[in-house]
Structure formats: structure tokens, C-alpha cells
Design a protein around this ligand. Structure first.
Ligand SMILES: [Zn+2]
Length: 120
């Protein structure tokens, strides 16, 4: 089992970004820029988001990415929760980024960062 500590939420920045977009101070191309890899990762490794896309109102997915020097080439890849638990068991604590992705309009946002650790 794995638990998540040191969570950093970017909800406040997300709201600010969306407000600036609605005010016309941010262009849609700047915030709806999910590339093919990110969209494919969300499709294959992600799960349905509880929220709808703040830009187009369609369904979104949330996908987690793992980062650690100890992961070698696996650092910076999309992983589901089971895989994260296995990686933590293998190499110890790792950094995880939770990103929401809309495949329809390409909106994407880093929602949270946290550290995944082995549950005591
Ligand atoms: Zn969208």
C-alpha cells in the first residue's frame, strides 16, 4: 500500500488561469495545448475526472506522472495507482504529479504534486 504526503495543490492557480482566460487575458492556445503523448497517456493510464472540462464542458481524465532519479528511464512516465505502489516498494518515495487532461479541447492542468511513500 502507498500513501501520499507533502501535497501541493494548484487549485488556486487553476482558478486564476481560468479567470484570466474568461477575461481574455490568456489565449486558448496557451492553456489548451495538451500534446498527443499527454492525451494518449490520459486515455490509457488515466481515469475519469469527477469534474467536467472548465473550457469545453466535456468529460476529462486525470493522469498521474512519476518522477525520481531512482526511477531511471521510468521517471517522467504516466503510471496508475497500482504501478505507483509497486514503484514505491521498489525504489522508495517518489514524486507524483496529478494532471487533468481534456481530449476534446486539449485543456490540461497540473492539479497537484505530492510524494508517494510506502504506508507504515
Ligand atoms: Zn475541454
Amino acid at each position: 500500500m502507498v500513501s501520499f504526503i507533502h501535497e501541493i495543490s494548484h487549485e488556486w492557480q487553476r482558478r486564476t488561469t481560468l479567470r484570466e482566460f474568461r477575461q481574455g487575458r490568456v489565449l486558448i492556445d496557451e492553456i489548451c495545448d495538451a500534446d498527443f503523448l499527454l492525451r494518449a497517456a490520459a486515455e490509457h493510464h488515466g481515469q475519469a475526472s469527477a469534474r467536467e472540462c472548465p473550457i469545453c464542458g466535456k468529460e476529462m481524465r486525470e493522469v498521474t506522472w512519476v518522477y525520481s532519479e531512482r526511477l531511471g528511464r521510468r521517471s517522467g512516465t504516466a503510471r496508475n495507482e497500482d504501478e505507483i505502489a509497486r514503484l514505491v516498494a521498489e525504489v522508495g518515495p517518489i514524486t507524483v504529479h496529478l494532471v487533468e487532461v481534456c481530449a476534446h479541447c486539449k485543456w490540461n492542468y497540473l492539479l497537484k504534486e505530492f510524494t508517494a511513500v510506502r504506508q507504515a
